[in-house]
Design a binder for this molecule. Sequence first.
Ligand code: AMO
Length: 437
Amino acid sequence: MAPPVRTVQEFLSAPVDGSVVLGGWVEDVRNLGSIAFVLVRLCDGTVQVTAKKKSNEALFLQLTKLSRESVVRVAGNVVSNREARQGRELQPVRIDVLAAAAAPLPLGVVDKVGAEFDTRLDNRTIDLRKPATQAIFRVRSLLEGALRGELHRRGFMEVHTPKLAGAGAEGGATLFQTDYFGRRAYLAQSPQLYKQMLMATGFDRVFEIAPAFRAEPSDTVRHVTEFVSFDGEVSWIEDQEDILRIIEEIVVGAFASVREGAKEALTSLGVEIRVPSLPIPRVPYVEALERLRERGKRIRDGDDIDTEGEKALGQSMAEKGHEMFFITEYPTAIKPFYVMANPEEPEYSYSFDLEYRGDEMASGGQREHRYDVLLENLKTKGLDPAGFEFYLSAFRYGIPPHGGWGLGVDRLVQRLLALPNIREAILFPRDRNRLQP
Ligand code: AMO
């Protein structure tokens, strides 16, 4: 038998009165006694299969007994029918059940009643059959592709750095430790150390889209333990403005591509993408605190801006027409050891966060490339330089000034599509309570 048609599009291009073989899932079976309608779901929609009892009783019986979500191959003839959704239907001559679905289903694919989110995640392969769930991942795929394209166009090289690491890059609190043949190893919290080390080699514009791991004990709608980090690192920068310009251009460019390329998916999600205009506002940390205090938030100089603060700041910027903005020049004390301090005001650093709809999407900045200062920074943060020797050696033998960013793809998709939970944007999310499926 010929391979089945996969899409409604292919079905529609088959000649009327010709024969076609469909492959798909049984979405619904309606038995009206003398006639039965089966909706077979292909990759991009459904096709109506119609059988009359009097034409072929055995086939009619077989059809009406199909359990929902079974995988079938149906061979038949294409017949015009103005009442069918596509203006045509398939009248079967043969049905093969390739995989019968057990009943009852733990989760309905077309049911109007919403299931609990945990039930959906527990049965994700069924949940992912829903067009609305699929639409999220179609948008996500386009977004990732667009981000890649933006960077390739700017001369960036895609790289892959180790995910099994000998040292943590982003602080001890969220490290996943594992046994590595009797030695201690960690799951990479970010590609930070390696993307910087590449700046010592002459690869001067690199990016990576890869998983990052954080042992986040908190159960929030914006944290998971495994997320996809979209990182870039650039050599020979004058200052961190060079990084801000790249990231704002690529994010805005990618939004525009998704708006154009994912129209169908966006419509099915009821989402309209607003593309921010350039340049995206820069709000220095000190000014951010003032804004927050104006809104009644109690925050001391030097404090990190917490989730609630980010939300309030997001609101205040949104009122001025800015859904996306940077917070720049964070206090050096609350930033990691690799961040460069402003030599004129060392308590503030060349660092930034990218904020969108009240949530942090990315962090980055200019890095400390001077070996002696970097060594001191490690000690100041209470880290043992011996554990970072592999990283420090890249600085000992010559590295140009550089900077970069790390952006959480899952969070970006969550906020772009206004999803209530980051897990909606992840195929098989991982958190403190969820390691399967
Ligand atoms: P940071 O730790 O701020 O910076 O992480 C960068 C971005 O990654 C996303 N993110 C997360 N997303 C989901 N769940 C989590 N648990 C989680 N943790 C982080 C966020 C965040 O803004 N090395 C630096 C980046 C750099 O300076 O280049 C870093 O990792 O969107």
